[in-house]
Design a protein. Sequence first.
Length: 108
Amino acid sequence: MGEFNKLFSNASGAFSHAKIAEKVRKIAYGNLTCLGRHTVSGMITSGGDQFVDWTSFYRLFSEQRIDISRLNEACIEGAIEELADNRAIVAHMDDTIIKKTGRKIPGT
């Protein structure tokens, strides 16, 4: 949990207010601990806020309250700090242009 909070303190410039930073931290922690489908309500519940009004959490996604590029920069910088000098970052992505449809393809 210490590294998780350190990462968020490094990203503090990405949020317009401290309250928004705290809500994003709770949602992100809920995303890490959520079981099953990672819906907004699932992340809120996993973050321990199932008994509070969820309006402000949903508002995070409907209004531009987060500077995503600054948040991504802080995440990348945090990951690079953890690497040894001779280590590489390996990434995988599906960049095919074929439309993914059908009953047997998950998520479509």
